[in-house]
Design a binder for this molecule. Structure first.
Ligand SMILES: Cc1cc2nc3c(=O)[nH]c(=O)nc-3n(C[C@H](O)[C@H](O)[C@H](O)COP(=O)(O)OP(=O)(O)OC[C@H]3O[C@@H](n4cnc5c(N)ncnc54)[C@H](O)[C@@H]3O)c2cc1C
Length: 448
């Protein structure tokens, strides 16, 4: 039987990062990664297969990331973890004895229990190349595409499905606004107006009660009785942690999130030789320590680095999930880090808001410069930064990461207002108008 010091189950964001980090920290140890697919998709790139990229083959994690650092790659499906014997058993007999095990089995689409879900041309967002290839073929022929769920995946799919196609795309969202779980209303409405401007119809405050048609979908039924024609339906209503193997092995599962219960070192609570990271593992909020259902590749890789650091000795503990996220709809980039204003108030904070708007490049006449807005949310009691949101040009992707760093360092409005930035006309706002600093100064004035 094969033996490996570390065995990792899962070959996506968490698994690959755990393997790289493990090998970097322990070059003398053998590291084996087992995954079930021949080629792994970049999960965050999936919506772009349907427009910008045009094929799943342009959206792959290269295996050279593993082969280049001497990680053993096994393509197989793990069917059982035997904790006593420390063996993982696979479907094709590639059984491996391990010293330490890292579970990174990710998530699967949440089941949406409505009648008609099994009809032809009704799709979920699976991380599976052949499924997505077939879905692409069907969407290319579809005239009326309905997207259930107006979160970031639904919005990205809607935007991409419009590209290069003469079709009707409709988002159906049960909340009053698209993206409402991630952003305050003013950012949601900005994104919605870009979606509408791209010809995408948005129906909010409605759920779908049935998917209609004989064999193939022809329409969806809304709870208000309305029927909307559909040649294809994409269900993007969330994911659930994939914990089947862990459950069978008797590992502790969190009742509130359905994910594998881990401590702040990513060690499974009832087996210290097994760690878990990514979408299959429990996350707790950075702000209040309560389990959160935030499934992001950026969190998965952070946890994978923690798991790799702690696999042979206890090194670093995680601080909890800040939740940093960005997306682009049409030409509008939007991002959020930490608590949005609504969440901060719901958490009992007395808040002070600072805002600033400036062109994304300077002077504002530079080609490609667009108005870019930053909103910062501070605690009124101690002036500490709790969260931020941004919208505008491509620089938003990194502005929101800077805001996340300020949150993790518990910087106050005063400290952020004196933060030293670097600027360049082609790349970001002018130093006079730099949005993060000016939004913080706005808050300092209100805190006085
Ligand atoms: C359409 C879409 C867009 C997204 N966009 C973003 C984004 O912009 N930014 C962001 O941060 N996040 C984004 N996410 C979320 C992100 O994709 C997930 O958080 C991330 O994929 C989690 O990585 P993971 O490695 O934990 O799990 P997964 O990506 O689910 O991978 C799990 C791995 O485990 C393997 N596996 C499972 N069971 C077994 C078994 N029994 N045997 C062997 N192998 C097994 C699978 O084959 C796979 O390789 C997006 C998700 C989707 C679906």
């Amino acid at each position: 039987m094969l033996k490996s010091d570390v065995v990792i189950i899962g070959g996506s964001a968490a698994g690959v990062t755990a393997a790289i980090s493990c090998k970097r920290r322990n070059p003398g140890k053998t590291v084996t990664l087992i995954r079930r697919e021949q080629q792994v998709l970049i999960p965050c790139g999936i919506p772009y297969i349907f427009g910008t990229l045009g094929t799943p083959q342009k959206n792959l994690i290269p295996d050279t990331m593993l082969s280049g650092i001497d990680v053993n790659l096994v393509i197989d499906t793990v069917k059982e973890i035997n904790r006593e014997k420390k063996i993982v058993y696979t479907e094709n007999g590639n059984d491996i004895n391990f010293d330490k095990l890292i579970i990174a089995t990710g998530s699967t689409p949440a089941l949406f229990p409505i009648p008609g879900i099994d009809k032809e041309n009704v799709f979920v967002v699976k991380k599976d190349i052949s499924y997505l290839q077939a879905m692409l073929g069907k969407l290319n022929q579809a005239r009326d595409i309905i997207i259930l769920g107006g979160g970031f995946i639904g919005a990205e799919f809607a935007d991409e499905c419009k590209k290069g196609r003469d079709n009707n795309v409709t988002i159906i969202e049960k909340m009053p606004h698209c993206l409402q779980l991630a952003f305050d209303i003013e950012f949601c409405t900005e994104a919605e107006s870009v979606l509408s401007g791209r010809g995408i119809k948005i129906i909010t405050n409605q759920t779908v009660t049935g998917i209609l048609g004989d064999k193939k979908v022809t329409a969806v039924q809304l709870e208000n009785g309305e029927r909307i024609n559909a040649d294809a339906v994409i269900i993007s209503t969330g994911v659930v942690p994939n914990t089947e193997l862990a459950q069978k092995a008797g590992l502790k599962i969190s009742a509130s999130t359905g994910a594998i219960s881990v401590d702040r070192y990513m060690r499974v609570r009832n087996d210290n030789d097994i760690l878990a990271c990514g979408d299959c593992a429990v996350k707790v909020s950075y702000f209040n320590g309560i389990p959160v259902k935030t499934w992001l590749a950026s969190i998965a890789t952070h946890e994978a680095r923690l798991a790799a650091a702690n696999v042979f000795e206890t090194r670093y503990s995680g601080l909890g999930t800040v939740g940093v996220f960005s997306t682009q709809i049409g030409d509008l980039a939007i991002g959020a880090a930490g608590l949005i204003e609504k969440q901060a108030r719901e958490n009992g904070y007395n808040v002070v808001i600072g805002t600033a708007k400036a062109p994304s490049k300077h002077p504002g006449g530079i080609p490609g410069a667009v108005p870019t807005m930053v909103k910062l949310i501070f605690s009124k009691n101690d002036g500490v930064l709790l969260g931020g949101e941004a919208s505008g040009g491509a620089c938003v992707g990194e502005l929101i990461n800077v805001i996340s760093a300020c949150i993790q360092h518990q910087m106050t409005a005063y400290e952020v207002s004196l933060f030293q930035m670097g600027t360049h006309p082609m790349l970001c706002a002018s130093p006079i108008a730099y949005q993060i600093v000016n939004a913080a100064e706005d808050a300092v004035m209100k805190l006085k």
